[in-house]
Write a protein of this length. Sequence first.
Length: 334
Amino acid sequence: MGGRMAGGSLALWAAASLAATTALAAASVEFRRVDVRFDSGGLALAGSVLKPPGERLPAAMMIHGSGASGRDNVWANSIAEALASCGVAVLIPDKRGSGDSAGDWRTAGFEELADDARAGFKALRAQPGVDPARVGFLGLSQGGHVAPLAAVQTEATAFVINMVGSMQVMEQQLYDELESAYREHGLDAATIDWLQSFARMSFDYLRTGRGFDRYLERHREISAGPLAPAAATWPSSEADPYWTFWRKVYDFDPIPHWRQLAARGIPALIVYGADDENVDVASSAARIAAALPAGGVTVRIYQGTGHSLRDAAGQLRQDVVGETCNWLRARLSR
């Protein structure tokens, strides 16, 4: 893909290979880690700030993706370290219920996770050497849903970056992710549709509180057959915390928050790998383009990479790093 989408609403990039890499605008720098603790509505949270040398540093509050995740997350660290190496301070937290943070992400919806991100944002702004006027949010994967929500609730937001977070309503996002996984395992269309009907049963139960027996019968049927792995991650009890989390988020639509960001003039960057295994990139890009016909967000889609934004050697793409750093510099220059 290349050029601008219909209506000229997005600066849509397509980096074909590392040969087209945009170099870092400045040499890589050393950084140090500073452990921090902060409070979110009485919940004790922890994390580490990756801090380059210098004063009036731009800074990013990182928001993890789905599931348990902490400052030891390898993928999150690779992104945080890359940004710190080009002069951006990054707070990489222990998500609630992970590492040294209290609480339980399984019973928290996006509103609660946004509150945690805003608490970390406040702690990051107070760090020595950080410019409080140049601090924003960086959402990874599902954290890309939380980032604009946290940003529109924060007066001092300087920017938002969404790395590989879907623009779909959460229910549709799960269908997209499941279909991609089923296709990757070579399942035919009829089998995929049958398995997706099981997912639809789960959402019917979430919406209405009825039909669990029907859902459980299908769960047992799948678990007893050759497709048992397809049921392994689904709950088999109404008491499972899975239902608590998904009841809070299944109908979450990120688009209204992106519109609010644009209305406030907050710079926003969305980064995708064209071969993403979890996100339908084409539909996500189309959805944000339709939502913001007058612009307000930059979308970059990198060819030859997937959800982790890694190169053929398994390393974080350096063009992603370089262009993200340069995007930040261009918008936060003072």
